[in-house]
Design a protein around this ligand. Structure first.
Ligand SMILES: NC(=O)c1ccc[n+]([C@@H]2O[C@H](COP(=O)([O-])OP(=O)(O)OC[C@H]3O[C@@H](n4cnc5c(N)ncnc54)[C@H](O)[C@@H]3O)[C@@H](O)[C@H]2O)c1
Length: 435
């Protein structure tokens, strides 16, 4: 690959990370071959359409497919740069599962040639990029792999994690700073040259293991700090305090910035990645492990308060507002909102309505329940109890006049002007009764 010639790029895994990346790289003028094991994903993209919700992605994908710069397939093809963006879930014991990365690596190894660069973007436990290198070295003894030979290697292998925010992926893909970790410094420089084609943020090179750990640390940092806010909200309920008021006041301190409590932590990143650190150093991670426990435990606290509010309004219909794991996206993976709403649906049957502007139907947890998906207007017209689980803009925009008479449990603090009633009220009465 000559540096003045645009490389052909293969993106493996065309989900929330891979598809926007493929589209942005194609927009930069590279020919992109996208690979996904799911036929329907491939067919959708080749029609110039998208299978995920992401701001402005539809127009971009339509454009690059129409210009012949992006093509999807279930089959691997030769390229100059390979980007792997496949899932890295954990198993039932919270141990990382890198089997998708290794399967992608095996497929890439079959078409690799001298001069190629392989970049892993999947969030991965420390050592995964080296495992990928070892797999490639075993599959292709004809190619010299980095770090295994004193000679100049034939291929470069690097790790470059994603830190984009769903809903702002296209903007952040180009503007965020990136950590680029090479198996060797030469690998890092090769990957850096590639990212400079489309990244405007600062690209900092390091070694692969440091880059892997950096990504995990970023999400563990968020998880620990959200756990503090969530624990505070439970303490505030116990003490009869308004947690939003306490946080608002505390954050006036110039060096305090308490995050926002919620119904728990969801998504494929913050709720998962801290476990990769715990798994790598189980004895040394009591804080990270406890934070995971606090955030998972918050779901049970929210369910208990929601149940109490619903039981206090025996005839009322109840609207659960939101299923996504965060605001303004259609991603329901590991979502605490979904878990809370499904639990309420199983307990209270057809009294439970769900409002989720990003869902066409209720997810499978609701199968066998009488819960119904309705829109926000219907909810405001027909439900007397509102349980806010996601801070979608559509919910934030509901004016006080349309909800003042409702009993509200606002787990996200989006309606701080709501008159205090039911679960919205601090638990002073309960404390008084107890004393
Ligand atoms: N979604 C995010 O906001 C985000 C942010 C940062 C990092 N990440 C990380 O990026 C990685 C990908 O996440 P995602 O959200 O894009 O996942 P995703 O599930 O949306 O997409 C992954 C895609 O990979 C495909 N796939 C699985 N195995 C494959 C294989 N062997 N070959 C080709 N395709 C294969 C799947 O069919 C799927 O379409 C994960 O490691 C995740 O932790 C995600």
């Amino acid at each position: 690959m000559k540096s003045d010639v645009k490389p052909d790029v293969c993106v493996v895994g065309l989900g929330y990370i891979g598809l926007p990346t493929a589209a942005v790289v194609a927009r930069a003028g590279c020919k992109v071959h996208g690979v996904d094991v799911t036929q329907s994903v491939v067919d959708t993209i080749n029609r110039g359409e998208i299978h995920i919700e992401e701001v402005d992605l539809d127009g971009l994908v339509h454009g690059v497919v129409a210009r012949g710069l992006l093509k999807a397939s279930t089959e691997m093809a030769p390229a100059d740069v390979f980007i792997i963006a496949v899932p890295t879930p954990f198993d039932a014991n919270h141990a990382p599962d890198i089997s998708y990365v290794l399967a992608a690596g095996e497929a890439v190894a079959r078409v690799l040639k001298t001069g190629d660069t392989v970049i892993l973007e999947s969030t991965s436990p420390v050592g995964t990029t080296e495992a990928l290198r070892d797999l490639i070295a075993a599959a292709r003894p004809d190619l010299k792999c980095p770090g295994l030979t004193g000679e100049t290697p034939d291929v470069s292998i690097a790790y470059c994690p994603e830190r984009v925010l769903p809903g702002k992926i296209l903007e952040e893909l180009t503007n965020n700073d990136r950590s680029i970790g090479g198996i060797t410094p030469r690998c890092a420089r090769k990957a850096l040259a590639f990212y400079k084609r489309f990244v405007r943020g600062t690209c900092v090179t390091t070694d692969a293991r440091s880059a892997e750990m950096t990504k995990l640390v970023e999400n563990a940092y968020r998880d620990v700090n959200i756990a503090f806010a969530n624990e505070l909200s439970i303490v505030a309920d116990r003490m009869g305090l308004d947690v939003w008021e306490v946080i608002r006041l505390a954050n006036r301190h110039p060096r305090v910035n308490i995050l926002t409590p919620g119904p728990g932590v969801g998504g494929h990143c913050i709720a998962v990645d801290p476990w990769f650190i715990v798994h790598g150093a189980p004895e040394e991670t009591p804080l990270i492990r406890t934070a995971r426990g606090v955030n998972d435990g918050k779901i049970h606290h929210v369910i208990a308060r929601a149940e109490a509010l619903i039981e206090a309004h025996p005839a009322a219909r109840v609207a659960c507002l939101g299923l996504a794991f965060k605001a303004n996206i259609d991603d329901f993976r590991e979502s605490p909102a979904r878990a809370v709403a499904a639990r309420l649906a199983r307990k209270f049957g057809d009294r439970i309505k769900v409002v989720e502007p990003y869902a066409a139907e209720l997810p499978r947890e609701f199968e066998g329940t009488a819960a119904e998906l309705i829109d926000i207007d219907t909810a405001l017209e027909s439900c007397d109890v509102l349980i806010v689980l996601v801070d979608h803009d559509a919910f934030k925009a509901v004016p006080l006049a349309e909800r003042a008479a409702k009993a509200v449990y606002d787990t996200r603090g989006i309606w701080l002007d709501q008159p205090k009633s039911g679960a919205s009220a601090p638990a002073q009465d309960r404390l008084k009764l107890a004393s």
